[in-house]
Design a protein around this ligand. Structure first.
Ligand code: HEM
Length: 263
């Protein structure tokens, strides 16, 4: 555990927006899986339908020997996913009830909640961006040349689970947070907008940019998987770096540093 002085590391606006994102992403993910269940396949290209064979992922159910089995096809390869995908609780459904909001099948309810949190996410991101540009936080997230030069050392330190606790983020944190805030979340929002018929009418170029609605939907889904990957690593790093100190920072703003040892 670090033994140096406490520093004020996370401003109120950073902490509030962080928790609004965490709650929003929870609801967006589970309502997203509800929406996915209404048409459980992903396509690449401008079209989808019975006449086209451009699916890269399909989750379905099939009767085998009088028993209902869950079948998932990924890029032509087929897997029996009974109990998790395709069939769960004896019922045919792509993602199981435990992973969707609401737990029962309701596309309409899923969409209402999804759009509510999508706009909450857009507005808090805009607020975070404006505040972070003004208060200097934005600069702390963009790696400098010196940061990039320190990347191999930082990677080696992380691989050996040796963490430094200073007032600023380390270069891997900067790269991870910047990828989420400037790449993954904007991509999520833009592909989401390009699936909206109203937005297509206003800005048809966005749909063309993503190669059609089906490709936009596939990118939206893959970006969601990338965000889950980030979240898993984010949780692992917090546990390894000292969860009490990290949680204090994101809840109260105060963070204990290594002091002279590693600052
Ligand atoms: C239970 C859920 C979560 C917990 C406990 C948590 C915890 C934390 C902590 C402790 C920090 C500060 C790290 C530090 O100061 O060293 C942080 C920052 C951050 N987290 Fe999370 N997090 C959660 C969910 C998420 C989710 C779902 C996302 C987005 C996918 C996310 C994205 C970020 C980002 C981008 C930052 C940097 C924010 C900034 O500097 O403006 N977190 N999180």
């Amino acid at each position: 555990m670090p033994e140096g002085p406490l520093v004020y590391r996370q401003r109120l606006i950073t902490r509030v927006t962080h928790w609004v994102w965490a709650i929003s992403l929870f609801f967006l993910m589970l309502t997203g899986l509800q929406i996915f269940n209404a048409h459980p396949s992903l396509h690449i290209g401008m079209e989808s339908g019975f006449d086209y064979d451009n699916a890269i992922l399909t989750i379905g159910a099939r009767e085998v020997g009088g028993e209902l089995r869950g079948v998932t096809q990924v890029l032509g390869a087929e897997f029996d996913t009974t109990g998790i995908l395709g069939v769960s609780g004896g019922e045919p459904r792509a993602f199981p009830a435990a992973l969707t909001i609401p737990s029962y099948q309701s596309l309409a309810t899923g969409r209402v909640i999804h759009f509510f949190f999508a706009w909450t996410l857009v507005l808090t991101l805009a607020l975070w961006l404006a505040a972070s540009a003004l208060n200097g936080h934005l600069r702390q997230l963009i790696p400098s040349l010196a940061d990039l030069r320190a990347l191999p050392r930082d990677l080696a330190d992380h691989a050996r689970l040796r963490f430094h606790h200073s007032a600023d983020y380390n270069v891997l944190q900067k790269l991870a947070y910047a990828s989420v805030l400037f790449l993954a979340l904007p991509l999520m929002i833009l592909t989401g907008l390009s699936m909206s018929p109203g937005f297509n009418a206003a800005a048809p170029w966005l749909l063309d940019l993503f190669g059609g609605r089906q490709t936009a939907r596939t990118i939206h889904f893959l970006t969601m998987l990338a965000l889950i990957g980030f979240f898993a690593v984010h949780m692992a790093m917090i546990l390894l770096a000292g969860p009490l100190n990290e949680m204090r920072a994101i809840l109260t703003g105060w963070y204990r540093t290594d002091g002279d040892r590693n600052a």
